[in-house]
Design a protein around this ligand. Structure first.
Ligand SMILES: Cc1ncc(COP(=O)(O)O)c(C=O)c1O
Length: 373
């Protein structure tokens, strides 16, 4: 199908273009939503159909819909950034669409047409361009979702699904500047095991992490570091972010994609651009005991997390079995800062995109958009 056919396959209903005056400066994360959303439906006999951009509003769901009982559901997170010339950037959105489909497949759900999905994102962002904040560090968060809709309590893959995409203007993750986070290494709870669903972006992984996260918060930490579920010894990831350690100020090590961690697009971008900034990179198993020793001896000079929401967050403190280890004097380190500046520079169109990672969506003023691949 040609791209033009796909665009015309999306029905566009009229909706308000007004951004409420009452929208506060402090947007937070995921509190406000734009005027429109994309939806399409799937049924076993028709496949995907009825693609439309419609006014944002509540969904009608049967209380027996499978999502409420067997929990078949996947989602994604990516962002649109305001460029200096007022147009918008989408960042590696094709990778995001691929991961959406990989998650769907893992959860026994049908794949979406990635070109239609990307076209829906580009069109929705273009229509809602007024909602993309222009404060430093703010962006328009894009949340694609797929839920199982069939009305049955039988535990089996659904034959009906809803695919939708909503948009939320979000503020800078670090409202008061680039700040280190305190992380609790979880000994008692695990997030995911190889062969399980850890590498899929499915809500159960997040629901299962909340109790341990609240427990860590009560102890004064912001995030949980998850160890591998088998030996409880090797570092997996932190909260909803991947993690890396910096050895001697120049060598970046992150756990390999072993099957239990989410393959982050930020992680992949850092692995590609770090060598261009003069750092070496490796994907290696990281023994929690060894890395804590290396932090204490000064061999590990920095630790940082990677993910779409914060891009990069320095880790300032790791707590494990009642003992705390401070990283880089609880100050952001130079490697995290350099990577943050480079990656956000590309995302916001302030620095050259040598990797071809961004797609420009022109606003209503230019009335044209670069089609997604
Ligand atoms: C569990 C988990 N790990 C890592 C990440 C980072 O992935 P990305 O860089 O693609 O946002 C996310 C965010 O999507 C996540 O939910």
């Amino acid at each position: 199908m040609k791209l033009s056919n796909i665009t015309s396959a999306i029905r566009i209903e009229s909706a308000s273009d007004t951004v409420p005056q009452s929208l506060p400066k402090d947007l937070g994360f995921g509190r406000y939503f734009t005027n429109r959303m994309f939806t399409q439906r799937y049924s076993a006999d028709l496949g995907w159909h009825d693609a439309a951009i419609v006014p944002y509003g509540p969904l009608r769901l049967d209380p027996a819909a499978q999502v409420f009982h067997s929990g078949q559901m996947v989602f994604e997170g990516t962002k649109a950034y305001r460029r200096p010339d007022g147009s918008l950037n989408l960042f590696r959105v094709e990778k995001n669409a691929e991961r959406f489909n990989r998650s769907a497949t893992r959860m026994g759900m049908p794949a979406v047409d990635e070109r239609l999905h990307l076209q829906a994102i580009a069109e929705l962002v273009r229509l809602e361009h007024r909602w993309v904040p222009d404060q430093a560090g703010a962006s328009l968060y894009i949340r694609p979702v797929m839920v199982s809709m069939e009305r049955t309590l039988e535990v089996r893959a659904s034959r009906e699904y809803l695919h939708y995409i909503i948009l939320s203007p979000v503020g800078p993750y670090f409202a008061t500047g680039f700040q280190p986070v305190s992380v609790h290494v979880s000994d008692a709870y695990v997030r995911a095991v190889r062969g399980g669903t850890g590498e899929a972006k499915t809500p159960g992984n997040y629901a299962g992490s909340l109790y341990a996260t609240e427990d860590a918060r009560a102890q004064g930490y912001q995030q949980v570091l998850w160890l591998d579920a088998v030996e409880r010894r090797f570092v997996d990831e932190v909260g909803a972010m991947n993690i890396a350690f910096v050895y001697e100020g120049k060598h970046i090590v992150t756990p390999p994609l072993s099957g239990s961690i989410l393959p982050g697009i930020t992680r992949d971008s850092i692995l590609q651009l770090a060598p261009d900034l003069g750092y070496s990179v490796a994907e290696d198993r990281i023994d929690i005991h060894a890395v804590l020793r290396d932090i204490e001896s000064g061999k590990v000079t920095e630790a940082f997390t990677m993910g779409t929401a914060a891009v990069i967050a320095p880790v300032g403190r790791l707590g494990y079995r009642g003992k705390d280890v401070v990283v880089h004097g609880f100050e952001p380190g130079p490697v995290a800062r350099a990577l943050y500046e480079e990656l956000t520079g590309i995302q916001y169109g302030r620095r050259p995109d040598r990797y071809g990672w961004t797609r420009v969506v022109h606003t209503a003023e230019s009335r044209e958009q670069v089609p997604a691949k």
